[in-house]
Design a protein around this ligand. Structure first.
Ligand SMILES: C[S@@+](CC[C@H](N)C(=O)[O-])C[C@H]1O[C@@H](n2cnc3c(N)ncnc32)[C@H](O)[C@@H]1O
Length: 286
């Protein structure tokens, strides 16, 4: 659920210095607050199978929020969580142990920019949520995903459409519109330029593309700490790009849990999922 980079498909400019613990915390909070899309998307995916998928691949699994949602939706499936970060995969392993899913959830540490995991063949479903935009060569990874799917198998990519919003437009009273300015600055840095993977997916050989948008509009006490994690991430990226008034307002909000809880009560956001199939029919012709 990180930002998106349309043109270069490269994470290097923003991610290489990202603190893994902070990212893991943000991913977990995201799932807790906005994770309704996981239920909705996995239910939608299920309608594309006559019988539940047995082998699932989670590309760029992070802490495993998608892995566990799919494990819950498809109770006989085995899931291979792939990530370049051992720290992330440790969360997956720990989560699997806590949920009694050790027999069904495996991890493989693999930098998808450099290679494709051998263990990933014969999948019924490949899921890539908020991860394609981080890859240096998503075209190649999608071709590898196509090859790893059995004929008739399904590929799903999910990306955020917009950065999540938490603050009212009139905040702060002395200079309304802080969040809009933060998002505008981040957009100028290449964040949240949502890439539409439809043509890349088609070029890899997939057909029957479908698209579904999942919106989040939730009010809950857990919004504030999630908002705080996002605002801190934004502040880190916008050092020297905010004027003194905005910098002070942002600092005051991040440093004051009670004020944050009063101001950031609602999250608004949306994600789009693209689903496509490795056609069984096309395979027979080849
Ligand atoms: C924004 S997180 C999304 C995690 C998870 N899919 C979710 O929706 O919460 C992106 C993940 O992709 C992983 N990643 C980035 N580049 C990668 C690469 N080259 N190979 C494998 N994983 C990568 C990161 O380590 C991170 O865990």
């Amino acid at each position: 659920m990180s930002h998106h980079i349309a043109a270069e498909h490269s994470s290097a400019s923003h991610h290489e210095h990202e603190n893994p613990a902070a990212l893991a915390d943000l991913l977990e909070r995201d799932a807790a607050v906005a994770g309704g899309y996981l239920d909705d998307a996995s239910a939608w995916i299920g309608t594309h199978f006559d019988s539940d998928p047995e082998q699932i691949l989670d590309l760029g699994a992070g802490t495993g929020v998608g892995t566990f949602a799919l494990a819950q939706r498809f109770p006989t499936a085995s899931i291979l969580a792939v990530d370049a970060s051992r720290a992330m995969l440790n969360h997956v392993t720990d989560g699997a142990a806590a949920a009694g899913l050790e027999q069904r959830v495996r991890t493989v540490e693999c930098d998808l920019n450099a290679s494709w995991p051998d263990a990933a063949a014969g999948a019924d479903l490949v899921w890539a949520s908020s991860s394609l935009h981080e890859l240096s060569d998503p075209d190649r990874v999608l071709r590898d995903a196509f090859a790893a799917l059995r004929p008739g198998g399904v590929f799903v990519a999910v990306e955020m459409d917009v950065l999540p919003s938490f603050l009212p437009a009139e905040f702060p009273p002395e200079a309304p519109g802080l969040e809009q300015r933060l998002h505008a600055e981040l957009t100028a840095l290449g964040w949240n330029a949502h890439h539409d993977w439809a043509s890349t997916i088609a070029a890899a050989g997939f057909t029957s593309l479908e698209r579904r948008q999942f919106t989040t509009q939730a009010t809950s006490p857990t919004v504030a700490p999630y908002a705080g994690a996002w605002l801190a991430k934004m502040r880190g990226a916008l050092v020297d790009r905010l004027d003194a008034v905005d910098q002070a307002a942002l600092n005051a909000l991040i440093d004051d849990d009670a004020e944050l809880a009063r101001i950031a009560t609602t999250i608004r956001g949306s994600r789009t999922a693209l689903l496509a199939r490795r056609s069984a029919a096309a395979d027979q012709q080849n």
